[in-house]
Design a binder for this molecule. Structure first.
Ligand code: HEC
Length: 124
């Protein structure tokens, strides 16, 4: 987090704080675990109706990542949800251009499901 936040100006931090303060809580995403089977489907097949590619294409069949793409397997679902919302709603991850496009049309249910699935994958 520090690696990310040290690049933020006071003004950007203020803007983000205002942004988040204005958001309605979305308990569905953060509290309710998504369906693991749906999550696996998003991870392995994407959401073809919306042209969302399979996450496994870049992050690896088991989500282990590689030199280019970060590991997702075994990361906490709440962390993954937050990162997906950062990609979807902000420009605060400057290396996240690809993910911004991919996250754009994910629904809250997609996000809850895929992050629940990922959290359950082995982290080694
Ligand atoms: C075309 C390649 C590609 C695909 C497909 C892809 N990603 Fe990513 N993903 C990336 C890259 C590159 C990053 C690193 C971005 C950065 O450094 O900010 C990333 C980062 C992430 C992160 C942040 C990880 C962290 O440790 O902070 C999450 C969460 C994530 N992706 C989830 C997904 C999900 C869920 C899908 C499928 C719906 C998906 N990705 C599909 C390329 C991809």
């Amino acid at each position: 987090m520090w690696g990310l936040s040290r690049h933020l100006t006071d003004e950007q931090i203020e803007g983000l704080a205002t942004y988040y303060a204005q958001q309605q809580p979305s308990p569905n995403v953060l509290a309710a675990p998504g369906s693991i089977a749906d999550g696996r489907s998003v991870f392995e097949s994407g959401v073809p109706d919306k042209n969302i590619p399979a996450c496994a294409t870049c992050h690896g069949a088991l989500g282990k990542g590689n030199e280019q793409f970060p590991r997702l397997a075994g990361q906490h679902a709440d962390y993954l949800v937050k990162q997906l919302l950062v990609f979807q709603r902000t420009d605060e991850r400057p290396e996240g251009a690809i993910m911004k496009v991919i996250a754009h049309d994910l629904t809250q249910a997609n996000i809850a499901a895929v992050t629940s699935y990922l959290q359950g994958l082995p982290d080694n």
